[in-house]
Design a protein around this ligand. Structure first.
Ligand code: HAM
Length: 415
């Protein structure tokens, strides 16, 4: 709805600006991709690929999928457009609708909007810290600073198999007690159990070995450095060894920003490092890290905390013509004023002066220009200042001067 859309526009503007301040360039990817990209990128054993994608066969018998997230598409575009050739780190951001066939509930929708970043080409833990700081900064700038930042490292293809074995040893004896989902996925992806919301499965993982104890020296060192960088910039975080996230592409760092007042769907944003994904998608070994954040959830927090500014643009002038001649005379004037950037409204129903003034009042317009037969004959217009109810008769040609006196004109439009 228009009021809500105005608030979204304001938020979107903030987000775009902050991303650009951090040196990220926008990349717009298509709404759908070949299904295979998500199957390979996100992983066959993830909830998203197993049961949440909107997948169709198109007229050419190709399987296509509405994008459930942005990372795989960004990697595809990075490879297709050979962005590596520019050298350095490719810092890309995106914004737009994503689609997941989840059970809708408060804060969880089948079409939702994400903004996110991906930094491709560097394995330096400074990039991890920068990406986390960027996410936190967005929320801070919007007035939300009491968020919980969960971080973890889920290792790499060297050390994760070790953890996987330890986890399996611990969990195999309890297969019968698990939910059907976890039973099915246990051998293929036991880490998913740490994420399961089923009470039984949660209990089974109460005393599991922690992944942070089995990290190889590379992953352990990387994680330590990340924490030092975060400490150095005053970002407070919680190490959450159970945080595994629902994508197979992650390596090393994973993180989530959580809002206490959001209820069950409390993750405002989530992300992590994916040093193997670009290779998985057919490119050369290239590290990457990023995050994505949900707009609807952000909106919910801002709304409930009264942090949304009044962003509805009110008209600056309401033109109230009385009679056919006045309507004809005012119409081109109104169009010219609008072309010059002023926000001008008028009556389009041929209503009485009283009804027009009522409309202007309802719209919250500070200036009303009334044009009746007498005024028209004299080339004048009656200006009514709605706040003081004062009126003045001025030449029609003075309209712009009056508007300029009342409002700070933006150079871009009015000069
Ligand atoms: P994700 O955790 O699936 O990560 O989604 C990120 C955020 O999108 C969530 O924290 C949440 O705010 C929002 N979100 C997800 N699903 C829904 C939904 N059904 N309804 C409303 N909001 C939702 C990713 O998508 C990864 N691609 C993040 C990433 C980028 N990792 C590395 N780079």
């Amino acid at each position: 709805m228009p009021d809500e859309a105005a608030a979204w526009r304001y938020l979107e503007g903030m987000v775009h600006r902050i991303f650009r301040e951090y040196g990220y360039g926008e990349l717009r990817t298509p709404i759908f991709e070949h299904t295979e990209l998500f199957q390979r990128g996100i992983g066959e054993t993830t909830d998203i690929v197993e049961k949440e994608m909107f997948t169709f066969t198109d007229r050419g018998e190709r399987s296509i999928t509405l994008r459930p997230e942005g990372t795989a598409s960004i990697v595809r575009a990075y490879l297709e457009h050979n962005l590596a050739a520019a050298g350095g780190v490719a810092k890309l951001y995106y914004y737009g609708p994503m689609f997941r066939c989840e059970a809708p509930q408060a804060g969880r929708f089948r079409q939702f909007s994400q903004f996110g970043v991906e930094a491709l080409g560097s394995s330096d833990p400074r990039v991890d810290a920068e990406v986390i700081a960027l996410a936190v900064n967005i929320y801070r700038r919007l007035g939300i600073s009491d968020l919980e930042i969960n971080i973890n490292s889920i290792g790499c293809p060297t050390c994760r198999p070790l953890y996987r074995e330890r986890l399996l040893e611990h969990l195999r004896p309890h297969v019968a007690e698990m939910c059907p989902n976890c039973q099915r996925r246990l051998e293929r992806n036991p880490l998913r159990l740490l994420d399961c919301k089923n009470e039984n499965c949660k209990r089974l993982t109460d005393n599991i070995p922690l992944i942070t104890e089995t990290l190889c020296s590379d992953c352990g060192g990387h994680f330590q450095q990340l924490m030092q960088y975060l400490d150095g910039i005053g970002v407070r975080y919680r190490i959450n060894p159970r945080l595994v996230r629902g994508f197979d592409y992650y390596t090393k760092t994973v993180f989530e920003v959580v809002a206490g007042d959001l209820g069950a769907q409390n993750a405002l944003c989530g992300g992590g490092r994916y040093d193997g994904l670009i290779e998985e998608c057919g490119g050369p070994p290239t590290p990457g890290i990023g995050f994505a954040a949900g707009m609807e959830r952000l909106m919910m927090v801002l709304k409930s905390r009264n942090l949304l500014p009044q962003v509805k643009e009110k008209p600056q002038l309401y033109l109230a013509p009385l009679g056919m001649e006045a309507r004809q005379a005012l119409f081109p004037i109104m169009i010219q004023l609008r072309e010059a950037g002023w926000i001008v409204e008028t009556d389009l129903l041929g209503r009485s002066l009283k009804a027009q003034l009522k409309s202007a009042d309802k719209l919250g317009v500070p200036l009303v220009g009334v044009l009746g037969e007498d005024e028209l004959r004299n080339g004048q217009i009656l200006i009514r200042h709605m706040d003081t109810s004062q009126q003045e008769l001025v030449p029609i040609t003075d309209l712009v001067a009056i508007l300029k006196k009342k409002f700070q004109p933006s150079a871009e439009f009015h000069e």
